[in-house]
Every structure is written in C-alpha cells, then in structure tokens.
Design a protein around this ligand. Structure first.
Ligand code: FAD
Ligand code: UDP
Length: 374
C-alpha cells in the first residue's frame, strides 16, 4: 500500500517509519525545505553554532518508551534547562524556587519557612482556579505574580492573564528548595547533532520517499490513507474560520565570545518588548568553547496572521468550539488521520508528540491486521 504523511516533524517521521517498517511505501511531504518541523536545528552560517531555528527546544520526558525510542536515532547529551529571569532590573532564577523567593524578598528562609511565607501570601479564597491569574494568585501571591508572570504573559499571549486558562501556568513547577531545573521529568537531554539529524535518522528507512518544499495541496498522487500533521483548519480550507495562533519573530544578533552567560534569559517586565533572549551555543555546552563568536535571538510574540508560522495555539473558548466543529468534520473524512501539534491544535511537547505518534502506530497495526485503516 502507498501512504502519505504530511509534515516531516516528529509526528510525521514516527508514523512514516512505522509504516515503512511494515513493508509499505510512504511519501512524506513537507512544504519547508528541511526536515524536523518546528524542532529543526541547523548550523548558523556565520558562527558555526547549532541553532534551534524555531525557538529553543529541550527534550524532557517521563515516558520510558519515548526516551528509548529517540535514543535509537541519535546520542542525547545530558542537559538541564536552567532559566534566568530579569525583573525590575535584577536577575533571578526560574522556575520559582527557594533562591528566587529569598532573592526577591531579601530573606534567608529555609524550605518550611518559605512554604509558610508563600502560603500566607497566596489567595486562599480561590479554591478552584480557572484563569491564569487565579492560578498564580492562589499559588504564589501577588508580588511574585506581578514580577515574573503578569508582564511576560501579556507579551507572550497578547491577553490579560484573567482571560487565559490556569493550565498554562500549571506547566511550571514551584519549589521550596534550591533545585532550579525548569522541568520535573526524570529524562532530559539535548541531541548531540541536533534534532534534525534525529528526524533524518528516523526517516532513513527503505520505503520512505521524502519530498521537501512540497505542499500537500500540490500533490496529485492517490494514497491508501493520509496522515496529516499540518493545521486542521487549513486542511478544510478554513471553511469554519481560522484557529488562532501566536507566532514569533526572532531578531538575530552576533556577539564575540559569550553574550549572556547562559542559554535562556526571560524578560518579565512588560516595558521590554521581547519575551526572552536565547544564546544558542549554550544549548550545546560540550562544543561551545570551539566558537569565537556567539549568536543570539530576541524573541517577540504576536498574533499570527495569514502566512505566519503557527507556534502557540491560543485555545480560548470560541477557538475550542471551532476546533470541536473541525473535529466533527475530520471524523467524516475517510482515509485521513489528523495528528500532532497542528493536526490536533494543542500545545504538545516533543515527548508527547512522539508518545502519541507511537500510540497511533499501535492503532495502525491493529487496523491493518483487521484489514481497515480509517
Ligand atoms: P511540527 O514540528 O510543527 O511539524 C509539522 C510540519 O508540517 C511542519 O514542518 C510544516 O511545514 C508541515 N506542514 C504543515 N502543513 C503542511 C502542508 N499542508 N503541506 C506540507 N507540509 C505541511 N517541546 C519540547 O518538548 N521542549 C521544548 O523545549 C519545546 N520548546 C518549544 C518552543 C517553541 C517556541 C514552540 C513553539 C514549541 C516548543 N516545543 C517544545 C514543542 C515542539 O515544537 C512540538 O512538540 C513539535 O514541533 C511537534 O511536532 P509535530 O511534528 O507535531 O509538528
Ligand atoms: N511565564 C511567565 N514568565 C516566565 C515564564 C513563563 O509568565 O518567565 C508564563 C507564560 O505565560 C508562559 C507560561 O508561563 O506561556 C508557561 O511557561 P513555559 O516556560 O512552559 O512557556 P513555553 O515553553 O510555552 O514558551
């Protein structure tokens, strides 16, 4: 059988390899000129530094199957994401931990006293936080919320935190010790040769034909089934409206040696127009000393317009309603499956993307064994 996979990110690559390993022919198309989707990495032409073209990507997971899977296709170096934040002219550490609390309030509290201190600031009248703001006030109180989250979130989402769901903030840990690891997951790392090399290795199997710079809409071939990891609203010609996304603009600049001393610094004050600066050589500490120059990107967030890269699904109430209508259309669509970040219009980390694609492969096996593939 001949299948089509739309999108050469992690979602598409995992599915394509699986089908090819089962003896099928698979045409993978991506309209971009490179593999890797939004995880794409490449060497910066001027400095030689490996850059994450669509924003900084750190691999982290608790899922054993996913961790074992990615390691089959490349070496992951140990890497812990430690983010710094500038607020009110001072540098702090994130996620909020004991050092952040003690530095911010000028205290020398231990874990138990810090917990009691923050609990006294937290708004206990909010028992079931719905919005981002309610979540923040009930978790850390007004001072830390204002300093680290209010301005950054306004810039990142272009909305008041009262309009955003609590789930966005729930992604971040709050710690009463000096652990400044941004993630809680047991497995974390950075691919030695970048993410694109991993995707290239996943796709390096007999039966897979990759067509880059090729949109799904331009294909004239016929396929048994299409696995579509592009935007679900685009597949249906936006006939029910456009699902809202935030897009990012990256302002590149080069400096000598070391610019900021770390990979990521968040700028939490609303007056600073960008959200963060990423210095990419620090994502690969094992090779950073070999580069005399350094390349950085200031990151600006804005509402995505037609033709912009869709980054963060906004997912407000009316968008979720529109999504439900698109899902209803998708259910009617025979021989097409929608997967991944854009296909399901959800913010998905790489590990969840891969885990869900592997689960889809299990389902494909069951359906192929039963002689169907809907
Ligand atoms: P994508 O990577 O978006 O791939 C989809 C591909 O489909 C694209 O290449 C696109 O060109 C192609 N396509 C779409 N429509 C068509 C069409 N009609 N025809 C042809 N091609 C088409 N995750 C982490 O785990 N850790 C992180 O640190 C992290 N950081 C992130 C930072 C940012 C700024 C963002 C936005 C995301 C981050 N993520 C992170 C999430 C990560 O990017 C996603 O999990 C991952 O990209 C999802 O892979 P995917 O294959 O589903 O989609
Ligand atoms: N956030 C913030 N200040 C920060 C970091 C994060 O206000 O310094 C908020 C912001 O709304 C962001 C959310 O917390 O969207 C989740 O943070 P995360 O680091 O997961 O953001 P992402 O990786 O999605 O950019």
């Amino acid at each position: 059988m001949v299948f089509c996979v739309v999108g050469a990110g992690f979602s598409g690559a995992v599915i394509a390899r699986h089908l090819a390993e089962r003896g099928h022919k698979v045409v993978v198309v991506d309209e971009r000129p490179h593999l890797g989707g939004n995880c794409h990495t490449e060497r910066d032409a001027q400095t030689g530094v490996m850059v994450h073209r669509y924003g900084p990507h750190i691999f982290h997971t608790a899922d054993e199957r996913t961790w074992a899977y990615v390691q089959r296709f490349g070496t992951f170096r140990p890497y812990i994401n430690r983010v710094k934040a500038i607020s009110g002219g001072r540098v702090y550490t994130l996620p909020v931990n004991l050092l952040t609390i003690n530095q911010f309030f000028g205290t020398t509290l231990g874990p138990k006293d810090a917990l009691a201190f923050i609990q006294a600031k937290a708004d206990r009248s909010i028992t079931d936080p719905q919005s981002f703001e309610e979540q923040a006030l009930s978790m850390i109180g007004p001072e830390l919320y204002r300093a680290f989250f209010y301005g950054y979130t306004r810039k990142q989402w272009g909305l008041e935190p009262t309009e955003l769901p609590a789930s966005i903030l729930k992604r971040l840990p709050l710690r009463f010790n000096y652990d400044d690891n941004y993630f809680n997951h047991p497995y974390q790392g950075m691919p030695e040769n970048g993410y694109t090399a991993i995707v290239e290795n996943i796709l390096a199997v007999d039966g897979v034909e990759v067509r880059l710079g090729c949109s799904f809409e331009s294909l004239t071939d016929t396929f048994e089934h299409v696995f579509y990891t592009g935007p679900i609203d685009r597949y249906f010609g936006f006939r029910l409206g456009r699902l809202g996304y935030r897009t990012l603009d990256f302002e590149r600049f080069v400096d000598d040696g070391d610019h900021q001393g770390t990979a990521v610094i968040n700028y939490c004050d609303e007056q600073v127009p960008y959200t963060r600066i990423s210095e990419h050589k620090h994502f690969a500490p094992w090779e950073q000393d070999q580069f005399s120059k350094t390349v950085c990107f200031r990151e600006y967030s804005r509402l995505a317009g037609e033709g912009d890269v869709p980054y963060y699904p906004i997912r407000l109430v009316h968008e979720k309603r529109m999504l439900d209508s698109y899902i209803a259309l998708a259910r009617e669509e025979k021989a097409v499956s929608f997967l991944g970040r854009l296909g399901t219009y959800r913010y998905l980390d790489m590990d969840v993307t891969i885990k869900e694609a592997l689960a889809a492969c299990d389902l494909i096996d069951t359906q192929l064994a039963a002689g169907t593939c809907d």
